[in-house]
Design a protein around this ligand. Structure first.
Ligand SMILES: [Zn+2]
Length: 71
């Protein structure tokens, strides 16, 4: 914490941990990885990128697809 953030953006930019692209607002989820010292690391990803990597047997309901029948 020796210097202020160089980017004076109104919104923080999140980088997808899967594809590396900037995540637009609303399409983001956060993965929290607990560390042994009690802290945690937050990783952001696109909802779509996360879904792509899920095993097919995992039921996943996309926020924007709630009204879509699953079968
Ligand atoms: Zn992504």
């Amino acid at each position: 914490m020796t210097q202020k953030a160089a980017q004076a953006e109104t919104e923080p930019k999140y980088q997808c941990c899967f594809c590396g692209s900037t995540i637009e607002r609303g399409a983001r989820l956060t993965l929290e990885i607990p560390h042994s010292d009690g802290s945690s690391q937050g990783l952001a990803s696109h909802i779509a990128c996360f879904e792509e990597r899920l095993h097919p047997s995992v039921p996943f309901m996309r926020p924007e697809a709630e009204a879509t029948p699953t079968v």
